[in-house]
Design a binder for this molecule. Structure first.
Ligand code: M6R
Length: 357
C-alpha cells in the first residue's frame, strides 16, 4: 500500500535507506561479517569469467556490478543485454558462470538466455527481488534483494538493492579467494544508508532542479565518466520512461565524437562528478557543452565540489557512489514527470515486467 504517498515511486525511493539496512542484516553472519552461501562463493571462485545478463535498469546495475567484482574479486566480467545475448552469443570462456539480474525474476528475454545456458551445461546464479520467481527456480543459485515489493514501473529501490547485493557478492568472493579488501563494507553500506536518508530529506531541492531544467525541454543529456557514466545511463532511462523527455546518457569523453552536435542554447546537461580521478576531465566536458549554450547541472560529491555545482551529495566510498548518486536521478525524474502531468507509476506503453520476448 502506498499509504500517504501520492505515488508508489516516491514511496519506493524513500524506502531505500531501510532496504540498505535490511540487506546488511540479511547478509551478516552471527559475528557481523558479511556472508553468502558457500556454494555460490565456490561457483564464483571456479569461474574464469562471469557473464552478467540483464535488461533495462537491471542491466545498468550489472555495469556497476562488473566494477565491484573486477576491482574486489579480480574475476573478469562481461555484462550483456539479455535480448542481445540470446541471438548473438559471444565466444564463451572455458569456465563461465552466468549471473542473471532481474527485479521480477520473470523477464522473458533473460529467461530465454537462462534456458540456453542451462542446456549448454553451465551454472547460473539469479539475483532477484522475488523468491520463487521463474529465473530463481530455473537457476542453480539465488541471491535475494530483500527490497520488498516494487510496484512502480520505474525501478528505484531494486536498483540500489541490486548494487548492494552485488557489492556483497564481490566482497565475500574476494575474501574467499584471499584478496585483501581494504575497507569495511558493512560500515560503508551503513554510511550509504545514512547518505540516502539525507538525500531523501532534500526533495524540495530536486523538485526545483526538475522545474528549472526539465519543465519545458524536449531533450536532456546525462554525462559522466567510469561508474558515473553508468549512473547517467540509468538517469536517462528513468527520465525518458516516466517524463517522456528524450534523454541520453553517455561517457563524457564521447561528447566530441558526435553527440555534442545536439547541444543547443538551453539544452539541459546533467553531469555527475563523484570520482576524484576523472573530476578534471568531466568538468572539461561540461565546459565544452557550456561553450555551445548548454544549461549544465553538475551533481558532485562532497570533497570534489566547486562553486559551479548545483548539488553536492554526501561523501561515501568511491566504489559505492552509484548507490547514492542515483537518488538525485530518481527524484529529478519523478518531479519532472509530475511537472509535466505524466502518470508517474504507470507510464504509457510500459509494463512492470516484460514477460514477452
Ligand atoms: O524485472 P527486471 O529487473 O528483469 O526488469 C528489467 C527491465 O524491464 C526493468 O528494469 C525496466 O527497465 C524498468 N522499467 C526500468 O525502470
Amino acid at each position: 500500500e502506498k499509504g500517504t504517498y501520492p505515488h508508489y515511486m516516491l514511496k519506493e525511493i524513500d524506502e531505500q535507506p531501510l532496504v540498505m539496512r535490511k540487506i546488511i542484516q540479511n547478509y551478516q553472519d552471527g559475528e557481523g561479517a558479511l556472508e553468502i552461501d558457500s556454494d555460490i562463493v565456490a561457483a564464483m571462485k571456479e569461474a574464469d569469467r562471469i557473464y552478467i545478463i540483464a535488461a533495462g535498469t537491471s542491466y545498468h546495475a550489472g555495469l556497476v556490478g562488473k566494477q565491484f567484482i573486477e576491482k574486489l574479486a579480480k574475476i573478469p566480467v562481461e555484462v550483456h543485454i539479455s535480448s542481445e545475448f540470446g541471438y548473438n552469443m559471444p565466444l564463451l570462456s572455458e569456465k563461465p558462470l552466468f549471473v542473471f539480474i532481474s527485479q521480477s525474476g520473470e523477464t522473458a528475454d533473460s529467461r530465454q538466455v537462462l534456458v540456453q545456458v542451462k542446456e549448454m551445461g553451465y551454472k547460473a546464479l539469479t539475483i532477484t527481488n522475488v523468491a520463487g520467481s521463474t529465473l530463481s527456480r530455473e537457476a542453480d543459485y539465488t541471491l535475494l534483494l530483500h527490497a520488498g515489493p516494487e510496484i512502480a514501473v520505474a525501478s528505484t529501490k531494486a536498483y540500489t538493492a541490486q548494487l548492494a547485493v552485488l557489492a556483497i557478492l564481490a566482497e565475500v568472493t574476494a575474501r574467499g579467494i584471499g584478496h585483501e579488501v581494504d575497507f569495511d563494507l558493512v560500515q560503508e553500506l551503513g554510511i550509504v544508508a545514512t547518505a540516502m536518508e539525507a538525500l531523501c530529506d532534500d526533495k524540495e531541492e530536486f523538485e526545483s532542479i526538475a522545474r528549472e531544467y526539465l519543465t519545458v525541454t524536449r531533450n536532456a543529456f546525462f554525462i559522466g565518466r567510469g561508474i558515473d557514466f553508468y549512473v547517467g545511463l540509468e538517469g536517462a532511462l528513468k527520465l525518458k520512461e516516466i517524463s517522456y523527455i528524450q534523454a541520453e546518457g553517455f561517457a563524457g569523453g564521447e561528447l566530441k565524437h558526435g553527440t555534442i552536435a545536439l547541444i543547443e542554447e538551453g539544452t539541459p546537461v546533467i553531469a555527475l562528478a563523484t570520482q576524484g580521478f576523472v573530476n578534471l576531465s568531466i568538468r572539461g566536458n561540461v565546459k565544452e557543452v557550456v561553450a555551445r549554450g548548454a544549461n549544465p547541472c553538475i551533481i558532485s560529491m562532497s570533497g570534489l565540489e566547486t562553486d559551479e555545482d548545483r548539488f553536492v551529495i554526501p561523501e561515501v566510498h568511491s566504489l559505492l557512489t552509484p548507490l547514492i548518486s542515483v537518488i538525485p536521478m530518481q527524484l529529478i525524474s519523478y518531479y519532472a514527470a509530475l511537472h509535466r502531468d505524466c502518470d508517474v507509476d504507470k507510464p504509457r506503453n510500459l509494463a512492470k515486467s516484460v514477460t514477452v520476448e
